[in-house]
Design a protein around this ligand. Structure first.
Ligand SMILES: OC[C@H]1O[C@H](O[C@H]2O[C@H](CO)[C@@H](O)[C@H](O)[C@H]2O)[C@H](O)[C@@H](O)[C@@H]1O
Ligand SMILES: [Ca+2]
Length: 547
């Protein structure tokens, strides 16, 4: 029986952009009340926890990750009371809600930065990383390099000059996102107070944005530094002391050995996204070989017992290829980004269904792997119905378009004229609301939505798939076969990564009395000391073997 304080270990997360999900008041902008009105849909799907990207006041030059005020809500998304209502309604349904917290940087419009640039000797003068000369931290890579190469080809990496203060300031992301100076203890105090504010309101935890970059040190790449871990330990200590049970989910786009450091001894974050496994699910599927997936899982160290991985297929950013080798990155681009507009920095700005060529077999197979592997999966809004993308929009906007609820001209997203929406509706014949929408899929027992709902229910009913130990059975390259075991029950997951049928056997033991087929398309027959399984092209199956 899972301890309730460890709910996150078996939860299904769902990332939902408030602005793009459901508009309750007809102004063309999705809002908190609109999201509240869709909680029953999410509960019915099998979602346990919502993750809300930043909804704080912001100039919105980076989708809200440029926070201008830490303690309120963008007025067009609602009020603090609307947020409280969302939390109450979610909690009443047994669901949790975590929000993003951006602690590496603020917007340049934040009052702290404005005070810092105008009053260097004032209380905020040392809140940011100011220098007379931009000649330190030069080994820190530029993350948004497409933008900087285009806009500021002559600037030193990650530095911009502020005319008002007459000094340079450091920024790991856009130049309008100055990095906070965690060498100044007052900065952490201010951040802790902002964190307290949301936890006291009832938020269940945070996805901590871009944490590898909190602290800088000259002569290093300024990632994963001891000072950064020391800051996170102080955040966790405060949360445990004042708000026990609330969770921290770390966004550290790093290699496994570096990410596990963010769990600490279960004294930093309880969860961390597993970035390296994500692109390898796409890679293995395209290569028809499990090798790259098996290798990264074998290279993933164990994590503390109180912790859990977060896994995902897509999110609001580009499909990041930072955690693959340069050769693998080029190969992924050649396979999955045939149009140069699909590339962005070290990634691919496309949604899941188009990446799978809208092939239901592959869409289901990659989900089946995600849902059976260790970790709590995080789904991205719209992927449950196979929404498309728009590569003609700027930056990552093309994967942030309005949710498609029905086949009406406004997709059921809003009563406002679609030309007023922040991001335009998808309109093409394959992925537009006429072809892809919630209402039609709810009515179709074979739809992607109903399939996903079914497999999520199977996963939830089988603790081996959420809490179980993981064993890679290292069979044929073409079939990724692994088992999960918990409390005397073993579930075998077999995944055919190829477009031809595959027959494989699993040594499930001689004396089993039977098996139950949990999901998928396969023929299963008893064989010597085990089972022989024939999988259809891109077929998969979950089997429990009973003695
Ligand atoms: O707040 C700045 C950015 O922080 C997150 O970025 C992460 O995504 C980047 C790709 O877009 C990735 O390269 C980087 O390693 C991550 O920290 C956030 O998810 C972004 O939306 C945001 O722009
Ligand atoms: Ca609205």
């Amino acid at each position: 029986m899972i301890d309730n304080s460890e709910w996150f270990k078996s939860a299904v997360f769902y990332e939902v952009l408030v602005r793009s999900f459901a508009d309750s008041d007809g102004n063309g902008i999705g809002d908190l009340a609109g999201l509240t009105g869709k909680l029953d849909y999410l509960k019915d799907l099998g979602i346990d926890c919502l993750w809300l990207p930043p909804f704080f006041p912001s100039p919105l030059r980076d989708g809200g990750y440029d926070v201008a005020e830490y303690r309120s809500v963008q007025p067009e998304l609602g009020t603090l009371d609307d947020l409280k209502r969302l939390l109450d309604e979610a909690h009443a349904r047994g669901m949790k809600v975590i929000t993003d917290f951006v602690m590496n940087h603020t917007s340049d419009q934040h009052a702290w930065f404005q005070a810092s640039r105008t009053n260097p000797d004032g209380p905020y003068g040392d809140f940011y990383v100011w220098r007379d000369s931009p000649d330190v931290y030069l080994d820190a890579r530029v993350i948004f390099y497409d933008y900087f190469n285009r806009e500021y080809p002559d600037n030193p990496p990650n530095w911009s000059f502020d005319e008002v203060r007459g000094q340079w300031y450091y920024h790991r992301f856009y130049e309008f996102q100055p990095d906070l100076n965690f060498e100044n203890p007052a900065v952490l105090d201010a951040i802790l107070d902002a964190i307290r504010f949301w936890l006291a309101l009832g938020v269940d935890g945070f996805r901590l944005d871009a944490v590898p970059y909190l602290v800088e040190q000259d002569g290093t790449n300024c990632e994963n530094l001891p000072g950064t871990h020391a800051i996170l330990k102080q955040v966790r200590a405060m949360v445990d002391a004042e708000f026990p049970g609330k969770i921290l989910l770390c966004e550290a786009n790093q290699w496994p050995d570096d990410v596990v450091e963010y769990f600490g001894d279960d004294d930093e974050c309880q969860m961390a996204f597993h970035f390296p496994v994500m692109p390898r699910l796409y890679m293995g599927l395209r290569q028809g070989s499990r090798q790259c997936i098996s290798q990264i899982l074998a290279a993933t160290p164990p994590i503390p017992p109180g912790c859990q991985w977060g896994t995902f297929l897509r999110n609001h950013d580009e499909l990041t290829l930072e955690m693959v080798t340069p050769d693998e990155r080029n190969w992924m681009w050649s396979e999955y980004a045939p149009d140069p507009r699909m590339k962005l920095n070290d990634g691919i700005r496309r949604r899941l269904a188009p990446l799978m060529d809208n092939d239901p077999r592959r869409i289901r197979l990659i989900h089946a792997m995600l849902l059976a592997l260790p970790g709590s999966p995080c789904l991205y809004y719209g992927d449950e119905i196979g929404m498309g993308d728009n590569i003609w929009l700027n930056d990552r906007d093309g994967v942030r378009t309005p949710m498609q609820w029905d086949d009406s001209p406004n997709a059921g997203f809003s009563d406002a004229d679609p030309s007023t929406y922040t991001y335009p509706l998808i309109t093409d014949a394959t992925y537009g609301p006429k072809a892809i929408n919630v209402a039609a899929q709810q009515a179709d027992p074979d739809s992607q939505l109903n399939w996903l709902k079914g497999i999520l229910a199977v996963r939830a009913a089988n603790p081996a798939l959420t809490l179980g130990t993981f064993t890679d059975l290292e069979g044929a390259d073409e079939v990724f076969t692994f088992s999960r075991s918990h409390d005397g029950t073993t579930v075998f997951a077999l995944n055919n990564l190829t477009e031809v049928p595959q027959t494989t056997s699993i040594a499930s033991g001689k004396d089993h009395g039977g098996f139950s087929l949990l999901a998928g398309a396969a023929d299963v027959v008893p064989a010597e000391a085990g089972l022989e399984v024939t999988l259809e092209p891109y077929g998969f199956v979950w089997l429990t073997v009973t003695a």
